[in-house]
Design a protein around this ligand. Structure first.
Ligand SMILES: Nc1ncnc2c1ncn2[C@@H]1O[C@H](COP(=O)(O)OP(=O)(O)OP(=O)(O)O)[C@@H](O)[C@H]1O
Length: 267
């Protein structure tokens, strides 16, 4: 079943065509990668899905709903959660409080009931706490729940962002460079976590420059270049695709070679 369907999506910033007539479907329960060179339009696609940007053309359907014109909080309530390329945590809150903030979009209590602390609101708060603890346990951070979020290691801060996204009880989680800045051990833990999310029935859409991670866990990969979709397929198909090799994978190999030369002091 198709969970997320993107049709002819286009976004311009002034004269720049950041997303150019992009279409793709994400099937329910799959792990899908969106890859491409820097500036290819990947994050812009994410921002269009999550309502941070409004498309110039095209439409996005999610679980039977059109997302066109919906505000971000409505999109979250439909079951779309995301993390950001740059970590965005509440600096002065504890680990637990950060995750509880993610539960908030699912709560129905208004300001008045919050102030009066009526039983309904207290029940919602208890449920939010239970949910936050469950997600902290899921990502492996429960033992750190009382410390300030900024005192977590960088890798754990990324996991905390995932826990907060999961706390909104999404159907799909959208991860923007989740392995960015992680060491090898943290990346391996992240791979296991993403697999665990899939086992629990979640659909995962991710942007990632770490090709080992992408090829290891993504079942379907969409490749963007200059805003346009240039390929879609399994990891095996994508690694054989001549256009992808030229546009992206090949360049990366060259970059690595350059780096190796530089490291050895050659030119
Ligand atoms: N708010 C904005 N205003 C103007 N230009 C933007 C804006 N957001 C993105 N762009 C431009 O749109 C293009 C696509 O950017 P985007 O961040 O989507 O690329 P990306 O594929 O995610 O890149 P990276 O891998 O480096 O994160 C880039 O040229 C970028 O400079």
């Amino acid at each position: 079943m198709t969970l997320l369907s993107i049709k002819n999506l286009t976004k311009r910033f002034g004269g720049l065509l950041a997303v150019d007539d992009v279409s793709f479907d994400v099937e329910q329960g799959r792990i899908v990668g969106l890859i491409g060179p820097n500036g290819a339009g990947k994050t812009t696609v994410f921002n269009l899905i999550t309502g941070n940007y409004i498309p110039d053309e095209g439409r996005i359907m999610f679980d039977g709903h059109s997302l066109t014109g919906l505000k971000t909080h409505k999109i979250v309530a439909l079951g779309i959660a995301r993390t950001f390329q740059t970590i965005r945590l509440f600096k002065n809150l504890t680990v637990l409080e950060n995750v509880m903030a993610g539960c908030h979009c699912r709560m129905n209590s208004g300001i008045l009931s919050s102030m009066l602390r009526i039983p309904f609101q207290r029940r919602e708060e208890r449920m939010a706490l239970a949910r936050a603890l469950k997600e902290l346990e899921f990502v492996g951070l429960k033992q750190h729940m009382d410390i300030n979020a900024m005192n977590l290691s960088y890798g754990n801060q990324r996991l905390l962002e995932i826990a907060r996204a999961l706390a909104s009880n999404p159907k799909i989680i959208i991860l923007d460079e989740p392995a960015g800045g992680m060491n090898d051990y943290e990346t391996t833990q992240l791979v296991l976590l993403i697999e665990k999310m899939q086992k629990r029935g979640l659909t995962v859409l991710l942007i990632e420059h770490d090709m080992n991670l992408v090829m290891r866990i993504c079942e379907d990969i969409i490749v963007l270049e200059h805003g346009a979709r240039i390929a879609q397929g399994t990891p095996a198909e994508i690694t054989q695709d001549q256009r992808v090799i030229e546009a992206y994978l090949g360049i990366e190999e060259e970059d690595e070679e350059d780096e190796a030369f530089e490291a050895e002091g050659r030119d």
